[in-house]
Design a protein around this ligand. Structure first.
Ligand code: FAD
Length: 483
């Protein structure tokens, strides 16, 4: 294969996020410059993560109905749902700023193609998709341009791509199963796929499953829209957001022992009805520091690091849809419910790297190529060899990329995020046993954007004591973990 060569960064001052150059003597060179929209957002993170600041004497205390810890897509969506659909007041405390966690690295697929009808997450995914559609329609009704534009979104449909006869058999089966579940799904032969996506190469035996109703959003734009909605409740005293102010402990009532508040580095936030911990991959550590030392509860959420390569204003490849290779599904499909939590795969133990091709062009004309998965703790280091694998893998599907010289110091953005991975393949959404007003909401792994709105509705129903549109039980803590 005509691979692209990587060389060391000519400018180490680019910092840990953007380093490295891809150098190649190819005559048809296209150069890209590195921009760093993340630097401002992330500057404060490593210190926060490795050494939680000592709680300063609280300079202020405030009272709210619900306190949310973490302003990723999950925490912010929960705040939004509470503000829009209940009279409750909400405070959000975030260690850094929104999008610094997994959310800012998300590719933005709101897809049904890799969901399995009847699985524990199916109903949540269906409901969530419906809520995203409603959100888009609401924004449309406000006028002034398409909602999807403002969400950074496009409804291009999704193509789940296979290249071998085995993969095609799987796709054919999947097409039938999804169609029976009411999802518009089409099975495409190599020739029909070529008509839809001429630059994609899958060989004679290949093809795809096409879901015309699938869409994608831009995580930054969606978060910014949600922040705006939430912020509009500040003036009436129903919303407070505290950024760069990490939660450091829970405050218990001296008389009853119940959790009353969250102590952040600068404030005490009282939550009359509930405290929601939505701190993504950091939730396990945070919980350990929050709970009594002798607690046996352990939520085994782990950071699963991912790289995405964004090529700005890329005009060397034309894509009409969001794409993903079938191999990606293996990472997404929930493990059997009977799989014991302790039986992690060898990949988990050895931190092995896996790369699956995902490719899309967003509304700004940027080509987004993904993605990697590995267990490397909370490292935010850019791994050039992973970027090379992502590029090479993409070039297997899009041969035109083999003629493109890539310099990642030019017009390139590298996104790194830590998916909140759960060994049993489904999120945790529920109250902590013996602390009924403390809810944990994490573990959405590679689906947090897609599942955010359904999760937010579920959490709202839990807080209000409503039965809920989606069954809570698959996500609860009780009986699922030690303690
Ligand atoms: C490369 C990549 C591609 C992806 N693609 C997709 C996709 O196409 N579709 C999809 O649906 N999902 C995708 N995902 C997954 C999705 O991004 C995540 O599931 C989702 O963002 C998780 O959201 P979260 O709010 O739980 O976590 P996060 O976004 O990580 O937010 C947690 C927040 O908690 C904060 N925090 C931590 N500790 C504290 C503390 N002590 N006090 C206060 N705040 C704290 C953090 O700073 C962070 O902002 C992708 C992820 C990656 C990495």
């Amino acid at each position: 294969m005509d691979a692209v060569a990587f060389a060391a960064s000519p400018n180490p001052s680019h910092g840990p996020f953007y380093s490295s150059a891809l150098l190649s003597p190819r005559p048809r060179a296209v150069c890209f410059s590195v921009r760093d929209p993340w630097r401002r957002r992330l500057r404060s993170l490593p210190a926060l993560r490795s050494q939680p600041p000592e709680p300063a004497p609280a300079s202020s205390a405030s009272h709210h109905d619900v306190v949310v810890v973490g302003a990723g897509i999950i925490g912010l969506s929960i705040a939004r749902h509470l503000l829009l659909h209940t009279p409750l007041s909400v405070a959000v405390a975030e260690a850094a700023v929104p999008c610094t966690g997994a959310t800012g690295a998300g590719q933005g697929y709101l897809w049904m193609s890799h969901r399995t009808p009847g699985s524990d997450t199916w109903e949540l995914a269906v409901r969530s998709k419906q809520l995203w559609e409603e959100l888009a329609a609401e924004v449309d009704s406000l006028g002034g341009g398409g909602a999807r534009e403002r969400l950074g979104g496009v409804k291009t449909g999704s193509l789940l791509v296979g290249r071998t006869s085995e993969e095609m058999a799987t796709l054919e089966k999947r097409t039938k199963v999804l169609s029976q579940a009411g999802i518009h799904a089409e099975y495409l032969s190599s020739a029909s796929l070529h008509a839809l996506e001429p630059e994609l190469y899958v060989g004679q035996d290949g093809g795809a499953m096409f879901l015309p109703e699938d869409c994608q959003i831009d995580a930054f734009q969606a978060v910014s829209m949600i922040e705006k909605t939430n912020g509009s409740y500040s003036s009436e005293g129903r919303y407070l957001e505290l950024y760069n102010d990490p939660a450091v402990s829970l405050v218990r009532s001296e008389t009853t022992g119940t959790v009353e508040a969250v102590q952040t580095s600068k404030h005490i936030l009282y939550g009359r009805k509930a405290i929601v911990i939505a701190s993504g991959a950091w939730t396990r550590t945070l919980l350990h520091s929050f709970l009594e030392p002798n607690t046996t509860l352990d939520i085994p959420v782990m950071p699963r690091k991912g790289h995405l390569l964004v090529l700005e204003k890329f005009d060397k490849l034309k894509l009409n849809h969001g794409l993903m290779e079938l191999g990606y599904v293996g990472h997404q499909v929930a493990k059997s419910n009977s799989t014991p939590i302790s039986s992690e795969s060898s990949e988990d133990k050895h931190g092995a790297l896996s790369i699956s091709m995902t490719a899309t062009i967003n509304t700004k004309g940027n080509l987004i190529l993904g993605s990697s998965r590995e267990f490397k703790g909370f490292s935010r280091e850019v791994d050039k060899s992973i970027l090379k694998c992502i590029w090479d893998r993409a070039a297997e599907f899009f041969p035109t990329l083999k003629n493109v010289h890539l310099d990642i110091n030019e017009n390139t953005e590298i996104r790194i995020g830590h998916r909140p991975y759960m060994p049993d393949g489904k999120p945790v959404i529920g109250s902590v046993p013996d602390l009924p007003n403390v809810l944990l909401v994490t573990g959405h792994e590679g689906s947090g954007l897609a599942l955010a709105l359904g999760t937010a509705e579920m959490v709202t129903d839990m807080i209000l004591g409503n039965p809920g549109k989606v069954d809570f039980s698959p996500f609860s803590i009780k009986g699922r973990f030690s303690g």
